[in-house]
Ligand binder design. Structure first.
Ligand SMILES: NC(=O)C1=CN([C@@H]2O[C@H](COP(=O)(O)OP(=O)(O)OC[C@H]3O[C@@H](n4cnc5c(N)ncnc54)[C@H](OP(=O)(O)O)[C@@H]3O)[C@@H](O)[C@H]2O)C=CC1
Ligand SMILES: O=CC(=O)O
Length: 291
């Protein structure tokens, strides 16, 4: 099967490489073109623009940073819209808000193309090992046509109905994850400041009812101030912001998420936006130093 792939950041690079290693023909494009080189060394072709990739491939996947990037790649000069047409499918796997997804859907379908949103749950390592959870919504026929690729990229795919539902599900999941990361950071700090060994806390948590892969995976690195980015903090803050907007629209009070968003904003203001989202832990250390 041949696919196009737009956006070779942490996730896009891992996902497109995975497709390539599993026998797919892949044509890649990235805004910073040099990031295509590693993929090309493994057999990928390059498209010089998003339009060129769409022209070449029947199905094209995008994995871009945020709503502005997702819209730019579709609507701007040399963008997806210039070549999309009947018989071609566009799948946006970026995490965006439902409104952005609906705008892209309208643009693509107005030219006769098929559109599927398919954000993913799972980070760099699940992307490398094909263990993502795919949250698709939109054109069911495109979902079925893309299943061979989804089977490589993910451990489970959900079809959630109309466009917007995938984005909503992803934002709800990441709102919970971001809030959990803040509670975890406060717990580690409280254990330390009250005279406990935070490593003991990790062991206790791991044996109880709130054990989870995130605490287990991130905890030891956080205690060593290691925030090598798997999920960049700036993207987690974007997801909190978009989830809070969804809460506004639906009159859902979300005080825990709102406080977590403030902590992520604080971390961004400290220059930690490109670090892993677990670097929000550092905001609590600043409080210690200033007291
Ligand atoms: N990392 C993770 O654990 C996960 C991330 N996600 C979501 O996946 C998406 C990608 O994440 P990730 O790979 O980590 O992010 P990165 O920051 O590593 O990569 C972002 C990608 O978007 C491109 N981009 C940014 N702005 C523009 C623009 N204006 N025009 C064109 N391209 C642009 C970048 O291009 P360039 O290289 O030129 O900067 C790069 O290819 C995000 O929506 C994120 O929320 C979802 C699940 C897990
Ligand atoms: O969006 C991030 C993730 O880990 O899922």
């Amino acid at each position: 099967m041949e696919v196009g792939f737009l956006g070779l950041g942490i996730m896009g690079k891992a996902m497109s490489m995975n497709l390539l290693m599993n026998g797919f023909k892949v044509t890649v494009w990235n805004r910073t073109l040099s990031k295509c080189n590693e993929l090309v060394a493994h057999g990928a072709s390059i498209g010089k623009t998003p339009a060129e990739v769409i022209n070449k491939c029947k199905i094209t996947i995008a994995m871009l940073s945020d709503p502005a990037a997702a819209l730019w790649v579709v609507l701007d000069k040399d963008g997806v819209l210039e070549q999309i047409c009947g018989g071609k499918g566009y799948i946006d796997m970026s995490t965006v808000d439902p409104e952005t997804s609906c705008r892209i859907n309208e643009a693509i379908t107005s030219k006769g193309g098929q559109f599927l949103e398919a954000p993913v749950s799972g980070s760099k390592q699940p992307a490398e090992t094909g263990q993502l959870v795919i949250l698709a919504a939109g054109d069911k026929a495109l979902y079925e046509a893309a299943m061979p690729a989804f089977d490589i990229l993910g451990k489970k795919s959900f079809f959630l109905g109309q466009v917007g539902n995938g984005a909503k599900m992803k934002l709800v999941v990441n709102m919970i994850m971001g809030s959990m990361m803040n509670a975890f950071s406060e717990g580690l700090t409280l254990a330390d400041r009250s005279g406990l060994n935070p490593r003991d806390l990790l062991d206790v948590l791991d044996l109880g009812a709130i054990a989870n892969p995130m605490f287990k995976g991130k905890g030891p690195a956080m205690l060593q101030n290691n925030y090598s980015p798997a999920f960049p903090l700036k993207h987690q803050q974007k997801d909190m912001r978009l989830a809070l907007a969804l809460g506004d629209e639906n009159s859902v009070p979300m005080p825990v998420a709102a406080a977590s968003n403030e902590a992520f904003k604080k971390a961004r203001s400290m220059g930690l936006g490109d670090m892993d989202f677990s670097a929000v832990f550092e905001t609590l250390k600043v409080l210690k130093h200033s007291s």
